[in-house]
Design a binder for this molecule. Structure first.
Ligand SMILES: NC(=O)C1=CN([C@@H]2O[C@H](COP(=O)(O)OP(=O)(O)OC[C@H]3O[C@@H](n4cnc5c(N)ncnc54)[C@H](O)[C@@H]3O)[C@@H](O)[C@H]2O)C=CC1
Ligand SMILES: O=C(O)[C@H]1O[C@H](OP(=O)(O)OP(=O)(O)OC[C@H]2O[C@@H](n3ccc(=O)[nH]c3=O)[C@H](O)[C@@H]2O)[C@H](O)[C@@H](O)[C@@H]1O
Length: 459
């Protein structure tokens, strides 16, 4: 434990704040969690997960009496040495992130700091736009506290690189720690808090606020470009006789300049984080008068992936079929459907005149044009075609069982069934592979599926 920081406040106990508060408390800090939502506060105090996150319940079982939750933000600041702000920063229509929640929290933090007779470290973890920490955030804290940043209190910007579904593992095993700091004491203190909790010994990059702000959205923009490159290869491999995207990406991933992570061609990236960060980087570039084409192109090509999947499906599924879509969340082990490609695919196939049923173990999107089923069996009942859109555990087996009972078209964008022997009568379409259907020995996909642009133009 760091000598000066024994207790921390976590402001915002949502998808990130709740698991991180639990990790800090399990790691030995006294943590006061703060949230506006009464049910979230009650859930934490009863050691129940307020959000869907694997492993959170177990982590809450390890916090003993070190974690309490309240809606009293000022009280939490008065009781603690450091605070983390993890409230939403929703995207605006121009691609930038709203600071409304962050500034509302900072107003209250600043007012509490005014009467505090000791130094306190405020760390913004929410993803904010370049310039925000040294701008509106610092100004708000200074105005409301009457103190000078870097003297009366410390300020850091330290975003997380954790993925939903693996928040706890990623938080405890980071590749690196990124810290934008108002002054050396603040950066040093935050680094010591992290080092007391994380299970590895990651490198710490300490820098100015603006560099940390740019670095955060750059990581996501770079990784999405990598995924989009894999998806571009998948689209090519589907049309080139004999080609297999996994053979290509596994080979090129061995080049250390490329690397194998996040190089799986699939259905396109979605979720509450990746899609918005390219839009944010493009906004930063445009606002600065720099070239914005790169992040804009990555975003546009990612959106074309649903066109690619829709074209592939429509090429093999007879008109007015019953289609089962398995998995609607943007990835397994999550209930999130923001920018979910499976949801978009379900809507597109329904628009094309098919009867579409969908099932997800956790997600419940407001469905447009398709039926949301309560069970996997109900979704699969009588289906002519199945799309394994987001392959949760157990789904692959259910699809094979279905195909054993009746001839089925199986569309498998992630190739989870690629090693399986398909039951007789199955039409199997893995994404990213060239497929010769039946005994025609023709390039069926290339011959039948219009390129995505034609499909989009056709409406
Ligand atoms: N979810 C993710 O995987 C990641 C999220 N982030 C960033 O973290 C931030 C938070 O994201 P999530 O945890 O997903 O959001 P969330 O919406 O799940 O949780 C935010 C929580 O903050 C609470 N809140 C809002 N204003 C408050 C206030 N004044 N005082 C106390 N509580 C308040 C809300 O009630 C809510 O429970 C965003 O900026 C996001 O971009 C960054 C990396 C990963
Ligand atoms: O900034 C954020 O908020 C977070 O965004 C992502 O986290 P997340 O969106 O939760 O989940 P990922 O597991 O990274 O997956 C994102 C999307 O990429 C897709 N993906 C991932 C990997 C891959 O090889 N191919 C691919 O299409 C997934 O299917 C999913 O749609 C980043 O991975 C985190 O590091 C970051 O902190």
């Amino acid at each position: 434990m760091h000598e000066s920081v024994q207790s921390v406040a976590m402001i915002g106990l949502g998808r990130l704040g709740a698991p991180i508060a639990a990790c800090l408390a399990a790691g030995g800090f006294r943590v006061v969690g703060v949230d506006l939502k009464r049910e979230t506060v009650e859930a934490i105090n009863r050691r129940r997960p307020p959000v869907f996150e694997p492993g959170l319940e177990a982590m809450l079982g390890r916090v003993d009496d070190r974690l309490t939750a309240t809606d009293d933000l000022a009280g939490a600041i008065r009781q603690t040495d450091a605070s983390f702000v993890l409230v939403p920063t929703p995207s605006e229509t121009d691609g930038s992130f709203s600071l409304d929640y962050v500034l509302a929290a900072c107003e209250e933090i600043g007012e509490a700091l005014r009467d505090l007779d000791r130094w306190h470290l405020v760390t913004i973890v929410s993803t904010v736009m370049p310039g925000d920490t040294s701008g509106a955030i610092q100004h708000t804290l200074e105005r409301t506290s009457g103190k000078t940043c870097g003297e009366g209190f410390g300020l850091c910007y330290s975003p997380e690189f954790v993925a939903l579904g693996t928040v706890i593992r990623d938080y405890l095993n980071p590749d690196m720690l990124l810290i934008g700091e108002s002054d050396p004491r603040s950066g040093r203190t935050l680094a010591s808090i992290y080092k007391a909790v994380v299970e590895t010994d990651p490198p710490v990059s300490r820098m100015s606020f603006v560099n940390a702000e740019i670095a955060k959205i750059s990581v996501n923009a770079y990784v999405t470009a990598k995924i989009t490159f894999a998806n571009t290869l998948a689209g090519i491999c589907e049309r080139v006789p004999g080609a297999d995207v996994d053979a290509v990406t596994q080979a090129i991933g061995l080049d250390s300049r490329i690397g194998r992570k996040y190089l799986k061609g699939g259905i396109g990236y979605g979720g509450p984080c990746f899609p918005r960060d390219n839009a944010a980087l493009a906004h930063v570039a445009r606002a600065a008068g720099a070239i914005a084409d790169f992040p804009e192109t990555v975003d546009a090509v990612n959106r074309q992936q649903v066109d690619r999947m829709t074209a592939q499906a429509l090429a093999v599924i007879p008109p007015q079929s019953k289609i089962a879509i398995l998995g609607l969340s943007y990835k397994p082990q999550s209930d999130v459907v923001d920018e979910s490609q499976p949801v978009m695919l379900a809507e597109r196939l329904a628009q094309a005149g098919h009867t579409v049923r969908a099932f997800d173990p956790a997600a419940t999107p407001a469905n447009k044009g398709y039926t949301l089923c309560d069970t996997q069996d109900a979704c699969l009942l009588d289906a002519h075609a199945v799309v394994l859109a987001t392959p949760w555990p157990g789904m692959a087996e259910a699809v094979i069982e279905q195909a054993n009972q009746k001839p089925t078209i199986i569309i498998d964008p992630w190739r989870v069934l690629i090693e399986q022997t398909m039951p007789a009568g199955t039409t199997y379409l893995p994404g990213g592979r060239h497929v010769v259907l039946g005994d025609k020995k023709t390039d069926r996909i290339a011959a039948v599926a219009p390129p995505p642009d034609d499909l989009a133009a056709a409406g």
